[in-house]
Design a protein around this ligand. Structure first.
Ligand SMILES: Nc1ncnc2c1ncn2[C@@H]1O[C@H](COP(=O)(O)OP(=O)(O)OP(=O)(O)O)[C@@H](O)[C@H]1O
Length: 263
């Protein structure tokens, strides 16, 4: 899988008396097989706009996006989105929520339940198949959302602040779970977060974006998720001098951008 974002800009047109918004400018980004790319940046720098472009919810004003050399022209089963608010169907139970993407694709009932059950088990939700989703905790609902995204076997998972609504402990556990699923499934991931620590821990590559208009100003290759997956404890990785140095470097970049926006 190779996603190519080539010189892409987005301008939202003027509306309701407000001027046009230059949301992204000249974005160049490649996401390859098994890469975990994390986007970080001050609020309004265009992270969600970039995710919406990849998902095909939005077309670029200029530039090109291709997935395995084919232009991205709209949403498709090769890209699955996990949102912060789980976007689950409250009147369905866990099994039907997880199987929903396959139902939309017209997969027969027995086959879609078989696939859904595999991912329910992978996400640690076995036994909850018949539970209505509104009865589950936030962390469990998020796992249902991830299981649903995985059932369609996408080439790339697009995650927009998926863990933002979770408490600190659940969030750390969910980070570790996502990393082990990513490691096993070999999917590519594009992941948005506001947490510098989460970004550094999860990604194989970090892009830092600046607002007005949104640009990629810095990119870092990251070793930390591999260290965790090779057996180092997550807290130990996050407390290592290498991690802390990079965290401070990235925080400086983001604070400078936020101050520039505020002035
Ligand atoms: N539909 C729209 N019409 C006009 N402007 C928009 C629209 N969607 C987003 N914007 C503007 O484009 C810019 C980028 O928005 P976007 O949501 O992509 O940023 P973000 O980095 O994801 O922000 P946050 O971190 O706050 O979620 C912002 O200034 C936002 O107000």
């Amino acid at each position: 899988m190779r996603l190519n974002i080539d010189d892409v800009s987005v301008v939202y047109p003027a509306s309701d008396g407000r001027p046009p918004v230059a949301a992204l400018s000249k974005i160049m980004l490649e996401i390859g097989d098994s890469e975990f790319v994390v986007a970080l940046g001050a609020s309004g720098c265009g992270k969600s706009t970039l995710l919406n472009l990849i998902a095909g919810f939005l077309a670029p004003t200029s530039g090109r996006l291709t997935l395995d050399d084919a232009p991205v022209r709209g949403p498709g089963a090769d890209r699955a989105v996990v949102f912060q608010k789980h976007a689950l169907l409250p009147w369905f139970d866990v099994l039907d929520n997880v199987a929903f993407g396959l139902q939309v694709q017209g997969v027969a009932l027995a086959a879609r339940y078989e696939t859904a059950n595999r991912f329910i088990e992978l996400l640690g939700l076995d036994g909850f198949q018949k539970s209505p989703v509104y009865k589950l905790s936030g962390g469990m609902q998020q796992r249902v959302g991830i299981a649903r995204a995985l059932t369609c076997d996408p080439k790339i998972l697009l995650m927009d602040e998926p863990l933002g609504a979770l408490d600190a402990l659940t969030r750390e556990k969910a980070q570790e779970l996502i990393l082990s699923i990513w490691n096993e499934s070999n999917k590519s991931v594009f992941f948005i977060t506001h947490s510098v620590e989460e970004a550094l821990f999860m990604g194989t590559k970090l892009i830092v974006m600046s607002p007005r208009p949104g640009r990629i100003t810095h990119a870092f290759d990251l070793p930390f998720s591999r260290q965790f997956l090779a057996g180092s404890p997550a807290r130990g990785v996050k407390a290592s001098p290498e991690f802390i140095n990079l965290r401070e470097q990235v925080l400086k970049i983001i604070f400078a951008d936020e101050e520039a926006v505020a002035t």
